[in-house]
Design a binder for this molecule. Structure first.
Ligand code: URA
Length: 243
């Protein structure tokens, strides 16, 4: 048995707080009866409805995919292009946790667990995402300091990042930069380099927290273990607002 606000949040239709609000507003039914008391418990066989629409109580699944280039990260694409969901064989309605650009490769999680998704992508929870960017040019110490302390993109200052120069190719005038951020604004990494005058030629996400691409070739995926799912959850709770 679980609290109904948790079941509603897990279904992905609302955050835990919003779910509580829905209950208080009398918009939630359990087995056909309006329940407006927070903390009411329900089990697997109970039918929960929000605004008369049944919410899914299906088993939660979690996949880690090594996304190839040329695949979109939305669950369905208006131009009918292949999506990351198409690469995974499951009968569950999964969707990607956050986004990677069409031309970005690397680690992406897919799940049908809405609360898990919110925990991973919410910047407040400080889940580190590490990218390797191949850029045109070579960063100077001032650029590195700026990236570390935050740069302005779209009128917003990025929060602190970790930055390491992995490799420099003086002949080609390119370099490989490792950058760790915990936010996930649209095209964030590319824009962070762009404002400093560099173009990202290639971008790969190498890790999310302790998860890496170890053992996965491009296009391959595996299930997360229950231990890994739990560890991510604990991490997101512990680091909340604690940076
Ligand atoms: N930042 C980007 O610019 N692109 C991605 O795909 C991910 C992070």
């Amino acid at each position: 048995m679980e609290r109904i606000q948790k079941i509603i949040a897990n279904s992905g239709i609302a955050s835990r707080r919003k779910a509580e609000q829905l209950i208080i507003e009398g918009r939630v039914k359990v087995n056909g009866i309006v329940v407006s008391k927070l903390g009411t418990l329900a089990g697997k066989n109970d039918v929960i409805e929000v605004d008369n629409i049944k919410i899914s109580n299906e088993e939660k699944v979690y996949f880690l995919l090594n996304k190839p280039r040329g695949i979109v990260t939305t669950a369905s694409d208006e131009f009918n292009r292949k999506t990351v969901v198409d690469l995974i064989s499951t009968d569950k309605r999964i969707y990607p946790v956050g986004r990677l650009d069409y031309d970005t490769t690397g680690l992406i999680i897919l799940t049908n667990d809405g609360e898990f998704t919110n925990n991973i992508i919410h910047p407040r929870n400080n889940i580190d995402k590490t990218y390797i960017a191949k850029i045109n040019g070579i960063l100077n110490p001032h650029d590195i300091m700026q990236l570390k302390h935050g740069v302005f993109i779209d009128g917003y200052k990025t929060s602190s990042a970790k930055v390491k120069v992995r490799k420099i190719d003086n002949k080609a005038n390119t370099s490989m930069i490792e950058i760790t951020i915990h936010e996930g604004k649209n095209h964030q990494v590319k824009k962070m380099f762009e404002v400093l005058g560099y173009k990202v030629l290639k971008l790969k996400r190498e890790s999310i927290a302790f998860l890496t691409l170890k053992g996965l070739n491009s296009g391959e995926y595996r299930k997360l273990t229950p231990k890994e799912v739990n560890k991510l959850y604990v991490l997101s709770q512990k680091k909340k607002g604690n940076r």
